[in-house]
Design a protein around this ligand. Structure first.
Ligand SMILES: [Zn+2]
Length: 360
């Protein structure tokens, strides 16, 4: 396994990239309404890609062609959408019933501030106050049906069908990043950097996908359109690595902050291609890039749709670990983001057709 060649400019994360992540994190893009993120993605990649198109579902599909013969077509996918809420019933006086879009627990919702619709109308998720709660009602777990969104009677521009997201603004906390939707704006920001710094030995097919949080709908058509030789999914995976880890280890599909990119072996929807797992690990080790294996099991990424497309597409996922995903705020480490970007760039810059003729 070769080490990173000196003439390829590796993507680096600095102030400019963190500012881009901030814009992406503060943008609202609940599944099916990804326009705000799509707009940022398009303006960032247009000068660098050979071709950019938006497909019927709203995926941004960009191609950056390499040089020379025998180039693999490598699809990189990062989902633009985030979990959130949808207004479903107007009860009058600015009170709305809502449903969740994607996996969110009722216990993460009560009392939280939200932004609604394209104008980011501020609202709050209301629940009966503790002063008035008593008996069993006070003890029982919070259900979405116990809650409502309150925008006040004067707002008026919101309507049934609008999406809502957590109203959390991005900030940097020393070595960490805090924001909403770091799952998966970290992947989106990484993919933008990889389009800008694509290695010349491959044809890079960048898919900024829609509707991942509701069963990978965008990735399915993106993979059909690109028909790649290999697919790598860039996402952010949950870490539950609190200080009690050593004695109270979370033994279900966990990862740890600060331990590097989390390489997927298996989740509930995909068994990663064994040749790609091996290649990714060998590349990390040859270049001394820290990495971790995400504990196999549970969860799923766009790879769940991609690997079953056409006649089968060799696929793997790699994620930046993050705490508290699908809640109002996530926390991730800058160093994990950089190492993930470095690992994927190193893998891409060494990929040749030989990886697919190797033994499994
Ligand atoms: Zn995700």
């Amino acid at each position: 396994m070769a080490v990173i060649s000196e003439d390829y400019q590796f993507p680096q994360i600095g102030d400019e990239q963190i500012k881009l992540l901030e814009r992406l994190s503060n943008a609202c893009a609940v599944s099916g309404d990804e326009g705000e993120v799509r707009k940022i993605v398009k303006s960032e990649i247009l000068p660098h890609a050979d071709e950019v198109k938006v497909d019927v579902l709203g995926n941004v599909l960009a191609t950056r062609r390499g040089l020379g013969d025998h180039r693999l077509k490598v699809m990189l996918a990062a989902h633009m959408d985030e979990v959130g809420l949808m207004l479903i019933n107007n009860q009058g006086e600015g009170i709305y019933r809502f449903e969740t879009v994607g996996g969110i627990s009722g216990s993460d919702l009560a009392g939280k501030s939200v932004w609604i619709g394209k104008d980011h109308i501020p609202g709050v998720i209301g629940i009966k106050p503790i002063h008035l709660a008593h008996g069993d009602n006070y003890q029982k777990p919070i259900d979405v049906d116990d809650l409502h969104i309150d925008v006040g009677p004067e707002a008026g521009k919101e309507k049934v069908g609008d999406r809502a997201t957590f109203a959390t603004t991005f900030m940097r906390l020393g070595p960490s990043l805090r924001g909403k939707a770091l799952d998966n704006r970290l992947g989106v920001a990484s993919l933008i950097e990889l389009v800008k710094h694509a290695p010349p030995n491959i044809d890079l097919q960048a898919a900024f996908t829609v509707q991942e949080e509701i069963s990978w709908r965008g990735a399915r058509v993106a993979a059909y359109a690109f028909n790649p030789d290999i697919a790598i999914v860039l996402d952010s995976t949950p870490a539950y690595d609190l200080p009690a880890w050593e004695t109270d280890e979370n033994d279900r599909y966990n990862s740890r902050l600060g331990a590097g990119p989390a390489i997927y072996v298996a989740d509930s929807s995909t068994l990663s291609d064994p040749r790609l797992i091996r290649f990714m690990i060998e590349t990390a080790e040859a270049n001394r890039i820290p990495y971790q294996l995400r504990q196999p099991g549970g969860g799923g990424t766009d790879a769940g749709a991609i690997h079953k497309q056409r006649e089968g597409i060799p696929s793997i996922s790699v994620s930046v670990p993050g705490r508290y995903h699908h809640s109002p705020a996530s926390i991730a480490r800058l160093v994990d983001w950089q190492n993930t970007l470095t690992l994927v760039a190193a893998v891409l810059s060494h990929l040749t057709p030989a990886v697919l003729t190797a033994d499994r």
